[in-house]
Design a protein around this ligand. Structure first.
Ligand SMILES: Nc1nc2c(ncn2[C@@H]2O[C@H](COP(=O)(O)OP(=O)(O)OP(=O)(O)O)[C@@H](O)[C@H]2O)c(=O)[nH]1
Ligand SMILES: [Mg+2]
Length: 293
């Protein structure tokens, strides 16, 4: 047994670039990204297999959410699970920023957990020398295996992160076939790509009041025929999601369809409806149906 294999969770305050980093590490867009905090809601696995090593990355929601709905409690449980069950945790922060929310996220990681501090977004720092005091200070907050600066956007220093990480993984055989990229199915990505468009197209609070359900997913030769619903909480929200004459919904659906055609490498038909489900973020039954335990 000469190889290594293990799970690696990406943990940190919302918006530090965990999902962007997962996508960069895996080399495929598996996890949705937006400029707003609390985009990720589901644990997404991205698997990278190189000779002698299999990395199983797990992207987690950013924490801690401010709201105390049933949804947010479920998200919080996922963060805890990601932090404690991994072989190694990547604690992701933004270059030159370490605030109370970062500290709270760090405190959710059990002290005995093997942890690497990843300083993301170093492309925003003009001179590398400006970063050194920040890296030093961060390195003193916990007994990290290493502190590694990277840029998920440009890919800078990501190979170094993979190298450091490989040494920290346990020895053992690969858990997944070497060509497997993720544990999620196409249905999951269909819902997520549509949800990403909600984040891109809708104002302040609304993306947080929406969810996507895939009602049916059929393969017809090289065509995937997908029917999806967007859940909102109120009639007024439905009107916003639809836009004038349904234009906004149409634009979001076709942007999501293009992403899916790229990911699936085949034709996609995506039909989308908007449904009002009062207080779904607090409805345990609806949440179970959406896959939140
Ligand atoms: N400049 C720069 N921006 C980045 C980098 N990585 C991510 N971003 C941006 O940061 C924002 C948040 O990225 P996400 O990947 O969604 O962050 P996240 O940590 O997964 O956020 P949550 O899922 O909400 O916790 C997006 O606008 C990204 O484009 C980076 O290396 N450099
Ligand atoms: Mg994310």
């Amino acid at each position: 047994m000469s190889g290594r294999c293990g799970t690696v969770s990406l943990v940190g305050r919302p918006n530090t670039g965990k999902s962007s980093l997962l996508n960069r590490l895996v080399g495929e867009k598996l996890s949705i990204v937006s400029p707003r905090p609390q985009t990720t809601r589901h644990l997404v696995r991205g698997i990278v297999t190189v000779p002698g090593c299999q990395y199983i990355f797990v992207d987690a929601p950013g924490n801690p959410p401010r709201l105390k709905s049933v949804l947010h409690k479920a998200l919080n449980r996922r963060v805890g699970q990601a932090a404690s069950e991994a072989d190694v945790v990547l604690f992701v922060v933004e270059a030159q920023r370490f605030g109370p929310e970062d500290r709270a996220a760090l405190e959710r990681i059990p002290p005995a957990q093997k942890t690497i501090a990843v300083v993301n977004k170093v492309d925003t720092v003009k001179r590398a020398s400006q970063l050194i005091p920040f890296l030093d200070r961060l390195g003193r907050t916990r007994d990290f295996i290493a502190v590694v600066p990277v840029s998920a956007r440009t890919g800078r220093n990501v190979p170094e992160l993979l190298r450091v990480l490989a040494q920290a993984l346990p020895e053992g055989p690969a858990a997944y076939p070497e060509d497997q990229l993720t544990d999620r199915d196409e249905r999951f990505f269909a819902a997520e790509m549509l949800r990403e468009q909600l984040f891109a197209a809708l104002g302040e609070e609304l993306p947080y009041r929406c969810e996507v359900i895939i009602e049916s997913f059929k393969e017809e030769g090289n065509l995937r025929r997908i029917e999806a619903s967007i859940l909102v909480e109120r009639q007024s929200q439905k009107a916003i999601v639809l836009g004038k004459g349904g234009e906004r919904l149409k634009a979001m659906a076709s942007a999501a369809r293009r992403e899916l055609e790229r990911l699936f490498q085949g034709k996609v038909y995506l039909g989308v409806w908007v449904k009002v489900r009062r207080a779904w973020t607090d409805d345990a039954r609806v949440l179970r149906q959406l896959g939140y335990e």
